[in-house]
Design a protein. Structure first.
Length: 151
């Protein structure tokens, strides 16, 4: 029998589950009753292997959605953020910040190297849920300024 997850991981599970459900239904046009719908697949994994294993799959799915929009212009990301927050869900920019591997690589490297990365960071900075006084925001603003200076 799988162990129970911590309350924080349970919240993360619920939040990602709702995000992936909305994204698959509204953006990818997968019918909610379709056996390939990520929600149905995730529920099957949770039943067979536990919610912790299903959470790993949700994180991967979140990264996959982020990677699909790596080259998207800021107005597309802003639109996704708007529709998601209107639905009471976490913004796409926040999902991108938390789970996007490209974002994590930029943070690790400490610099923006391309226009694509620039748009990724600019989109994250445009998300109002990222605290304006946070050290992460200040770091991202520095990355943007350094990149703009270099081009």
């Amino acid at each position: 029998m799988p162990r129970r997850m911590s309350p924080e991981r349970e919240r993360e599970y619920e939040e990602l589950h709702a995000f992936i459900d909305w994204f698959a239904t509204n953006i990818q046009d997968i019918e909610p009753a379709d056996p390939i719908h990520p929600t149905i697949v995730g529920e099957r994994i949770a039943e067979e292997h536990g919610r912790s294993k299903a959470l790993q799959g949700l994180k991967q799915a979140a990264n996959d959605t982020v990677e699909q929009y790596v080259d998207a212009p800021p107005e597309i990301i802003e639109g996704l953020d708007h529709f998601l927050t209107e639905a009471g869900l976490v913004a796409f920019s926040e999902i991108r910040r938390r789970y996007g591997r490209s974002y994590q690589r930029i943070l690790k490297r400490g610099a923006i190297k391309s226009e694509t990365e620039f748009h990724l960071i600019a989109g994250i900075l445009a998300d109002v849920s990222l605290d304006s006084g946070s050290s992460e925001r200040k770091t991202l603003e520095r990355f943007v300024a350094e990149f703009q200076k270099s081009i």
